[in-house]
Design a protein around this ligand. Structure first.
Ligand code: BTN
Length: 253
């Protein structure tokens, strides 16, 4: 590890709150290229002018209402083929944070957070590799907290405000998240991979029972058989046949 990164791993995490930026993930990357931030640091924005979602989508959020942040890690002992563990601990940490406020929170594979059948949080995780290992990871999280109405064409958004009918303190939610997240990250550094995978499996949206799915071949009914360490989803049809999917190759219907 370069000396600069080593120093960054040894310093206390910081929380930097900015009023406006294009995207906290992009800002984190920009800052890291100049001077690596201490591991576990978070960059939070009140507003993003070009918030980025998965697969090139945009992420819209009303100014000052939600939590838009990116956490910086240097998981240098994590093999590239196990990088899905970062998604898993991030998703688990958001779920466990929201469990402090409400019920019915689940993780929709791979890393959307749902309340009942609605999306309350999305993540954009950007990992950098060095050979067969990770060098850094930027975990971007958009968590809908106090927004009352959603105007964009996101399919089924919800916020904690819509669930609780009261506002929550954004900084309190962030601090609770970080405490939970650091505990999961320590478990990852201890290579407790099976425990993390089992925990993730147990909180999956529609994790038990048969549901309708759609892939390139059409509609079918299946149940979740497993999530592979690589993050692939294994679905088992009623006839017992198993299909394997990468992200976006299959959709819930
Ligand atoms: C998704 O499409 O579900 C992922 C959304 C991720 C949004 C968050 S908001 C903070 C961070 N900065 C970004 O530009 N994107 C992520």
């Amino acid at each position: 590890m370069a000396n600069k990164e080593k120093q960054a791993r040894e310093r206390e995490p910081r929380i930097v709150w900015v009023e406006e930026t294009n995207s906290t993930n992009s800002l984190a990357r920009e800052w890291m290229e100049k001077e690596p931030m201490p591991e576990g640091s978070a960059i939070v924005a009140d507003f993003q002018t070009a918030g980025r979602g998965q697969v090139g989508n945009t992420w819209e959020s009303e100014a000052g209402k939600n939590l838009l942040f990116s956490v910086v890690l240097y998981p240098v002992t994590l093999a590239a083929n196990r990088q899905f563990l970062i998604s898993q601990i991030a998703a688990l940490s958001v779920k466990e944070t929201l469990d402090l406020y409400t019920t019915d929170i689940t993780v929709k594979w791979p890393n959307d957070i749902y309340w009942k059948d609605r999306k309350i949080c999305g993540m954009l995780i950007e990992n950098d590799l060095s050979g067969a290992y990770l060098s850094d990871s930027i975990i971007g999280i958009g968590l809908n907290l106090n927004q009352a109405t959603f105007l964009s064409d996101a399919p089924n958004p919800v916020s904690l405000f819509r669930i609780l009918h009261r506002e929550v303190n954004r900084e309190e939610v962030l601090r609770r998240f970080l405490t939970i997240f650091y505990a999961h990250y320590i478990s990852l550094l201890r290579e407790e991979y099976d425990e993390i995978r089992a925990c993730y499996r147990s909180v999956l949206y529609r994790g038990e029972g048969f549901y309708r799915y759609q892939d390139a071949g059409g509609m079918f009914e299946a149940r979740v058989r497993d999530i592979e360490p690589t993050g692939h989803l294994l679905l088992e049809s009623r006839d017992g046949s198993v299909r394997r999917y990468a992200f976006k190759e299959v959709a819930f219907r």
